[in-house]
Unconditional design. Structure first.
Lengths: 292, 85
């Protein structure tokens, strides 16, 4: 259940759409941009290479991760019409939309892409089949799409922004990377008196009691979330073991590479900071404003 | 029920056979079998069934705690009642 800490829809510059998306402008946009610059500065500590990936990810790549069995409830597909002229004419000349605002599609084209559900997936797809001769650090920001049963502005959206910092390396290299970031971010929270607790978490598997991956995560936790006021996970630290290395044939030190990532939900950070520091830009702590 | 040392050897042999990607002598009793994905998530249910047969009692999945399957040493202590070799 989502309980409101603040009503962000009353803040100028935040416009909420009922379909689970938010438009930002003015100070909220400036602060969201500053947050991302802060995360980029953290990525720079590891000289992480910046990537900009497209919004679609090929479905066959996600299938390697068993994504469609694990997360069918979250996935969003880009869909187009079959390009046959008769089909297009039937759509255009019929009633493209009904009274409920639902499109009445004629024959759709086969669907072979997915709207990006997590920013870091692109990194493993991009480097598939490679042998790494040193630990590799990457960072990217992506608009991600996850279908949910309930949406709330900034807190839980159909589309949202995620910044990730990724390490591909040996198990020890990845663990050291994640340990560094947990300590660094924890010091940051304490310095700013942002009430965050670290909590072990599982990925939101479909039908978890019947999914052995859920049981595996329960027995060997791989996700630790940054939870604001016992209310909202604003980011997470994830140790994937060699799951992506195996799925995408990435090797390091003669073995399947291990990977890990630090993920920041930008809208959720914005929510936490607005709830904690208010809407007066000048009252936000300096580290948040430096990039603005 | 089998002797503790026999049980430990049975578990070790099962892990080695199931994994299929270990070098001889690579698996130690303290090797993290889930973290290194020597036993995959899909194989965990089979491992539980194997342990139930060895322990001659059911294992309630709902009661399993993080770390219970960390390595062979921990499995022996958790499900077979001791570290005997």
């Amino acid at each position: 259940m989502i309980t409101k800490l603040i009503d962000v829809t009353t803040i100028p510059g935040i416009h909420w759409y009922p379909n689970g998306q938010t438009a930002l402008s003015g100070i909220p946009l400036m602060l969201a941009s500053a947050l991302d610059r802060l995360f980029q500065s953290w990525a720079a500590q590891y000289d992480a290479k910046e990537y900009q990936f497209p919004p679609f990810i090929p479905a066959h790549e996600l299938a390697r991760l068993d994504y469609f069995r694990s997360f069918p409830h979250l996935v969003t597909f880009p869909i187009t019409l079959d390009p046959g002229e008769a089909n297009l004419s039937r759509f255009a000349e019929g009633e493209p939309m009904n009274a409920a605002g639902e499109l009445q599609l004629t024959i759709p084209s086969p669907i072979s892409n997915v709207m990006t559900p997590a920013a870091c997936y692109h990194c493993y797809v991009r480097h598939q089949g490679e042998t790494m001769h040193a630990p590799t650090y990457l960072t990217t920001r992506a608009t991600c799409f996850r279908r949910e049963s309930v949406y709330a502005p900034l807190e839980r959206q159909w589309s949202f922004s995620m910044r990730e910092i990724v390490c591909i390396g040996t198990a020890d290299e990845v663990k050291a990377f994640l340990k560094h970031f947990q300590q660094h971010i924890d010091e940051f929270f304490q310095q700013l008196r942002l009430p965050i607790e670290w909590k072990a978490a599982n990925d939101p598997f479909f039908n978890p009691s019947h999914n052995p991956k859920y049981l595996a995560q329960k027995l060997d936790p791989v996700k630790t979330e940054m939870v604001f006021q016992n209310h909202l996970a604003i980011g997470s630290i994830n140790f994937h073991r060699n799951y992506f290395g195996e799925a995408f044939g990435i090797r390091r030190d003669g073995k399947e590479a291990f990977t890990g990532c630090v993920a920041f939900g930008i809208e959720r950070w914005l929510f936490a900071c607005l709830a904690q520091f208010g809407t007066e830009y000048a009252l936000w702590p300096a580290p948040f404003r430096q990039g603005a | 029920m089998k002797q503790a040392s026999e049980i430990r050897q049975t578990i070790r042999a099962w892990v080695e056979q199931t994994s299929g990607k270990l070098q001889p002598g690579e698996l130690q009793d303290t090797t993290p079998i889930l973290e290194q994905r020597i036993v995959s998530s899909l194989q965990i249910i089979d491992m539980i069934l194997m342990l139930e047969a060895l322990a001659e009692r059911p294992i309630d999945v709902a009661d399993l705690k993080p770390g219970a399957f960390k390595d062979i040493e921990t499995i022996c202590q958790t499900f077979m009642g001791g570290p005997s070799r």
